[in-house]
Design a protein around this ligand. Sequence first.
Ligand SMILES: [Zn+2]
Length: 497
Amino acid sequence: MVEVHVSAPVGVVSQVTGERWIPVIGLEVHCQLKTWTKLFCGCRNEFGAPPNSRTCPVCTAQPGALPVLNREALELALRAALALEAVVARQSKFDRKNYFYCDLPKGYQISQFDQPYCQGGGITLASGKRVRLTRIHLEEDAGKAIHDRGATTLVDLNRAGVPLIESVTEADLQSSQEAYEYLTALKQILQYVGASDCDMEKGSLRCDVNISVHKPGEPWRTKVELKNLNSFRNVEAAIEYEIRRQVEAYESGDPSQRVVQETRLFDAAQGVTRSMRRKEDAHDYRYFPEPDLPPITISEAVLERARSSLPELPAARRTRYAATFGLSAYDVGVLTADRAVSEFFEIVARLSNRPKEAANWIANEVLRHMGDATLGIHSIDELPFRPHDLALLIGLVEAGTISGQAGRTVVRAMFETGKGPKELVQSLGLEQINDVAALEQWCREALVGKDKIIADVKAGKVKAAGALVGPVMKASKGSANPQVVQEILLRLIAEMP
Ligand SMILES: [Zn+2]
């Protein structure tokens, strides 16, 4: 890996004093593993089931119930660790993290304290900057407390015992943009390896931020923890607010604004962070080894199986797309953001034998319609047509059977009806009209009253004729071949006295 040093000055400049402050940011990200069952029992790991319907004596902490480690969870956790270039510990153990809350019936969470299942690793950002991981550990999720009925709190234990990996970075990040980029890359990697959905809306990815600021060359100041960040945009906004708040507090010297070690919640509506509680130290949790679970031992065979199950990772895929298909950095980024999209693209590219056109049609049309809420298709797996259909459509456009504009109409219709492109071209009457008599008629109509353009073309400004192609295309309802129209226009003008 080539180390690139970012030369631009880092940090923010105070508008009051003109002094530079450097943010120091670390992220703690919890991701739910996409297993069939929970971490220590056979209950389904499933979002959205009726409250408390996915529970058993183990995950509701009945006396005498004993946990058993889910092998699938360990396998997914290993895949995540390897994809994040971490070093897997051959032996690790579980610990009890003790605290009381109504969504935690055992009174402790089974987590990993001093011997996590892996250490190190990291993600390299586009700038070349390396964001190092301190560790990743495996733990169980707590249930969910729902405070929505005034004085009443409801508890749903479906989430209790769902497997989580918590990845903790070193304080290597220095801006909200870097945090955003890191999270995007982390999410991509975990989705690629099938470890997690990383769906923040469903809570399967949750991010806490540790943040402080300092002046260049001076020690780091007090660290504050930010919670309640339920989108990457909110992470960005909370970091930006907090940097401003801390710099202002230090510069004002006002004791009432003093920065203290605490946990703050982000209020997305107001765009501010608010103090929630003083931060606990590790010793507050009275960690001790979990007596009901044996240590985790990972053999070379298990590790090798996890290694061989890894797919091509996003960074490698981006490099290959740029090198093999000659795609722009932008297209490569768009196409590899989601593994399913990139796989769809590769099939279309192969079937149509036109990777660049496949990239354009997917990036510009297919993804655009997927962003259209009225169509209700949000992921590539929900498309009502196959890669084969898109490849066929590309072939029709490239052969000149239909125009590019008609092609876009067909893609929209494919989304709406799920019908194949050939059938749609026919039923929508989009086959390109190469009938010269009809085209000539539309061209003559388009030329009426356009003396300025005619004069310009006659004077050698051939491009001026382009303004008349649009009206002819419109008259033909998009089915004329624009190149042929252009040729006819130029011929008609040349023939004029
Ligand atoms: Zn259970």
